[in-house]
Design a protein around this ligand. Structure first.
Ligand SMILES: Cc1ncc(COP(=O)(O)O)c(C=O)c1O
Length: 451
């Protein structure tokens, strides 16, 4: 039932919390209580059960962050090795990126939709400079799934083909188009029938990709594009055999099919090069990006495409691909521009590579020490994954890490593989601390499961 007076009073109280730097103990206790009740009553009761940070009557409530850490309301620090699944490559609240964003905030925030917004153009131009080959035209969106939608639509527009080939285990977001090309049953089943013209083939198997395209063409169908993550993230950091991307590139050229590479998680330095496709010297026809692109400060994602994808029809009808109200807004663009500058000045991709190698060496030692607990470790730069014999074991380990104030991915339902994605700016001494705490958590799990 509408209660506008109560809503006004509530809004004032909440704004007081946001604007006040010094909350009392009473305020903090109230926020904890409110948060549990608000999530249960107005968000989704399921969320809290799912989180490592919640017991029935208490919760760690995030309140501030900086560099490598999240801090809760009471000042408890958590080393962030979850990294928002790859958002915080430049660290939390990177001061240089925040400075640029604040300067833009003091000018104007969102675009008029009529006057020319210069930051969109500047950012697109920078993207053409930092992406491989002749990738040139950008379209900015707000979330990863939205970028996937644009890539799928553009592939059809540009090639006239209809079908898509994707891979088993793939993750490209959770909108209708994105789950259609997603490779996990759990995210698709409830929504079937979705986009019908999609075939899924084994990841890492270029021959299977070619067979799928050939078979479709043989029976009179047409193929718009193939979509792949250069390293599958959600599936548990699956690194394809060397040469895979190159082989897919050749297949796409042979059959005139658009090659879409989803660099939303792997890109912007995460895997040790600015883009993972650089690792194989491959230029996709369409590339999606997101996550770290907004510097861990603003949500911004997008696609970049080669000129041959930007057809005359799209130039004549620029609205035909999409026209998201907030896509490429000045605040988000300012953050992305500052992010690019920071990444280039501080060689963040190289930092990810070197720190990733360091992390992997230490994880290898732990795997040898606990061979019955850790089944495998894999990584590309700072996109790292530990694999456990069972999800329950993985969950015990990540809970143990959480109790020791280290956040990693891994939830009740998917902890068989656990991702570690710390900020690229993480210090070596922090990696050592994480490894020490992981050693303890592994010992506990070994004892608990009698492994
Ligand atoms: C490779 C990849 N593509 C797409 C997405 C979807 O991004 P978003 O959650 O912003 O929609 C993700 C998110 O994890 C991703 O890892």
């Amino acid at each position: 039932m509408a209660n506008k007076q109560k809503a006004l009073e509530e809004a004032k109280r909440i704004i007081g919390y946001i604007e006040n730097d010094e909350l009392t103990k009473e305020d903090k206790d109230r926020i904890v209580k409110d948060s549990i009740s608000n999530f249960n009553e107005n968000v989704n009761p399921g969320w809290l059960e799912y989180r490592k940070s919640v017991s029935t009557d208490a919760a760690f409530i995030e309140w501030t962050d900086s560099a490598e850490n999240f801090e809760d309301l009471y000042g408890t620090q958590f080393i962030d090795c979850l990294g928002g699944f790859g958002i915080y490559t430049c660290g939390h609240r990177n001061p240089e990126i925040v400075k640029t964003l604040k300067a833009q905030l003091d000018k104007y925030c969102l675009h008029s939709q009529e006057l020319v917004d210069p930051l969109r153009g500047y950012l697109a131009n920078l993207m053409a400079m930092i992406t491989p080959g002749d990738l040139q035209y950008c379209f900015f969106t707000n979330g990863g799934a939205e970028a996937t939608e644009m890539a799928l639509k553009l592939a059809r527009l540009a090639t006239g083909g209809k079908w898509y080939i994707s891979t088993i285990g793939a993750f490209h977001g959770k909108s209708m188009g994105a789950i259609s090309v997603g490779g996990k049953g759990a995210y698709r089943e409830d929504y079937l029938p979705i986009l019908q013209s999609v075939q899924h083939v084994e990841f890492g198997n270029a021959e299977a990709m070619e067979t799928a395209i050939k078979n479709l063409l043989t029976v009179g169908e047409t193929v718009a594009g193939v979509i792949i993550e250069p390293v599958q993230g959600e599936a548990g950091v699956i690194i394809p055999p060397k040469g895979y991307l190159k082989a897919v590139r050749e297949i796409c050229d042979k059959y005139n099919v658009a090659m879409i590479c989803d660099e939303i998680q792997t890109g912007m330095g995460r895997c040790g090069t600015m883009w993972r496709v650089e690792f194989e010297d491959v230029v996709p026809d369409i590339m999606t990006y997101g996550k770290a692109f907004g510097g861990g400060v603003m949500p911004i994602t997008g696609i970049i495409a080669r000129p041959k994808m930007w057809t005359q029809k799209l130039i004549d009808n620029p609205w035909i691909l999409g026209s998201p109200t907030f896509g490429g807004n000045p605040l988000a663009c300012s953050a992305a521009i500052a992010t690019i500058k920071y990444m280039l000045e501080n060689d963040i991709p190289k930092q990810c590579k070197e720190k990733g190698d360091y992390f992997m060496e230490k994880l290898d030692v732990l795997m040898k020490k606990y061979p019955t607990v850790i089944k495998a470790v894999r990584g590309a730069g700072l996109l790292i994954c530990m694999e456990f014999p069972e999800a329950e074991v993985g969950y015990e380990v990540v809970k143990g890490l959480f109790a020791r104030k280290v956040m990693t991915a891994g939830t009740l339902v998917n902890a068989k593989t656990v991702r570690i994605e710390p900020p690229g700016v993480i210090e070596y001494k922090t990696i050592d601390i994480v490894i020490e705490r992981l050693d303890e958590a592994l010992a506990d799990a070994k004892a608990a499961f009698k492994l």
